[in-house]
Ligand binder design. Sequence first.
Ligand code: HSE
Length: 401
Amino acid sequence: MIHIALLGFGVVGSGTAEVLTKNRSLIEKHSGKQIEIKYILDLRDFPDHPLGNRVVHDFNLILNDPEISVVAEMMGGSHPAYEFTKAALAAGKHVVTSNKEVVANFGVELLDVAREHGVNYLFEASVGGGIPIIRPLQNDFAPDNILSVSGILNGTTNYILSKMKNDGAEFADALRQAREKGYAEADPTADIEGLDAARKIVILCALAFGVLIPPSEIEVEGITKITSDQVAVAESLGCAVKLIGHTERIGDRVLAQVCPHLVPASNPIHHVEDVFNGILVNSDPLGKTFFYGAGAGKLPTAGAIVADILNATSSDLVLPVWKRAEKNEIAGSRERNVRRAFVLPGCAKCAERAKPVFGFEQYVVQEGAFAFLSRPMTGEEVENALRELGKEPVWTLPVLD
Ligand code: HSE
């Protein structure tokens, strides 16, 4: 019998209890293990819940109970989640979590504490909700050289961008609809400004390249400035606008960034609609591998927590080795050699002049402007090209091929 404690009984915490109750016999059959929720830590009481009698308000009860072998942290926010996690690991308890903020900011230290005390710290639920992405990256890609990881890592913004594309809605209207559906939080800032995706891409970057860059040190741009006009131009170029978290190795440095990209139909990420997530891993020798599924939501995320509880107790240590990125190990988006979408002011004659400079054949004419997808270019090459043409772009975004 595995005795566990749930920290936080919100959406993911109560979902975990639901999955453990609903699928009890299935879990026992597959894993040969019985999981018993002994404590639920929350500020609130839940007198009407069948597990209401397990609710406690003092974390020390959990910490000092030798019967508790796994703590599932689903509180959200950095504090006191970080302090509770560290204390539980130091007390020799495995910790599993959906809390990307804690993993992204304190992952290096918490993995070290876990290693020191011979316990696991697992976080499958922190990125991509129910999509298995953390464990595959850590285990199954071990023989591969990972070149890049790119994906739609936030369901709320993908819902908004899908609405803008499919219904021609403006951002504010699509956000209102996301709120009505219960996807967007009362304060949707972390989603629409790209901060939630930033926390997730730094975790994927650390898994792919072994260095954790604090989310505050990466370039992040959300979707608040995207207009329905831009979405329509992207469509005329055969692309969808998607908020992408991207990480790649550039020389001996690592880039991680979040910003809107134009994604051509040839990329499976183009077709990820609504609140779904999709993550593309490019590695050698495997090539491109695509992960798709429910990136958010109560039960999918809870399923990943339960899988981690089972893994924490059935494996030897399965901890990645990360180090904190030094400043000189972090690349900027300017160094990225990538195709880019441009809208430049001018007429068809200007477009013809721009063709050899930006390396494109086809373009779309708009009122007083033309749009095209360039050859792969670094930021410096873009600046030189624009200088040569004497133009400032109306807008430009990277392309995710
Ligand atoms: N707000 C997040 C999203 C929840 O929309 O994807 C999952 O992390």
